[in-house]
Design a protein around this ligand. Sequence first.
Ligand code: HEM
Length: 401
Amino acid sequence: MTVASPVPDHILPGCVWDHDFASFLAEGDDPYLAGARLHERQGPGLIWATSAAHGGPAWIFTHNATVEEGFADFTKFSSKRSANMAVMDDAWLLLPVEADRPDHRFYRGALHPFFTPSAMARRNSAVQELCDQLIDGFIERRSCEFISEFSAILPNAIVISLLGMPQDMLHHFLAWEEDIIHGATIDARRAASESVLEYLKDFIAHGPENELMHGIRSGMVAGRPFSAMEVLGTVYLLFVAGLDTVNSTLGWIMNYLAKDQALQQRLREHPELIPAAIEEFTRAFGVSAPSRTVAEDMVYHGVPMKKGDPILLPTFIAGRDPHAWPDPHRIDIDRRARHVTFGRGPHVCLGVHLAKREMRIMIEGFLGRMKNIHHPDGGRRDYHTTNTIGFDRLDLAWDPA
Ligand code: HEM
């Protein structure tokens, strides 16, 4: 066995898993089935991966129940960034996601009013119009490359409009994001992140102030105003939280629907079932693996852990846990699954109502305007397993409705 990084003394030998997590997920042709192989291991579903987050070692929680505890129990699991997880400069945090209580409440409180179900309902027509326009662009062709022509654009355009940025920034952002995810070298990827950061700094300093930006700029934490770094960390998080996650989820939903004509037809005839379908899709197609660090030395479900140990909570493995759902790889929109794809507890996703609205409007738009959506012969379905689990390319075809 080749150990990628030295195993600390406190790790039980039975917990050591000497693999590179991203490469393990990329084995075969379905990353969800690849990840679910971890459920075949005996024990509490707590493994010490020698190469997990950004190549460093970390605990990976695999059971749905422990992933849920990892999210919700902030006394055992801290959201502060660990050195192993660092992709950003240490001087600032992504807020509110990398803050613990009590400060977390202030950071989240500054954003909360802008992400309630009623605030999101007011965005409905903007999401609907954009979705219609994007579909108009390819409907007559009877085929599209779903990622570059739809799912990468929709969430970007929405976040740009939420923050009041000029819509002509869309193409710059798409190009930068492409480089952040697929840049040929680490330097190319870092340079693209820097470009986004520089733009955001300039936008914060000189850009127009809509309600959301006003809320962030006038945020208060424990009686003092947000520092410049806290404003930047909040705006940057909003930017990254709602792009890749939505893009990837929309991709997995359409990839699945293209294989299940019966479900397409059922949802066309009964659009009132679309919210239940979204719950089941999001259970089965979690895309992110948020991180935590162990807050204090402890023995957790019989496993010793040390303060500062990094942890990953892969929602795409938790959602396929056979201990939690019978036949977890089967999509069953009647099962009413309660899942952790949007997190749980104090940090539960603030953008969940927006994300679900984007999913619903997309499903209604595609199913309403197209019949027999399918994977064309010879079409491509390329995906990545680093950062989020998402598509790089997804070819779709259909018949006119
Ligand atoms: C399908 C799409 C999405 C998924 C799967 C998703 C998933 C998640 C998860 C798992 C967390 C918890 C992270 C943690 O506990 O460390 C989270 C937090 C968060 N999400 Fe989302 N998200 C999605 C879309 C969005 C959108 C569209 C936005 C906003 C534009 C957004 C904004 C946030 C914010 C601000 C937080 C931090 C909340 C806090 O720390 O209190 N998300 N998301």
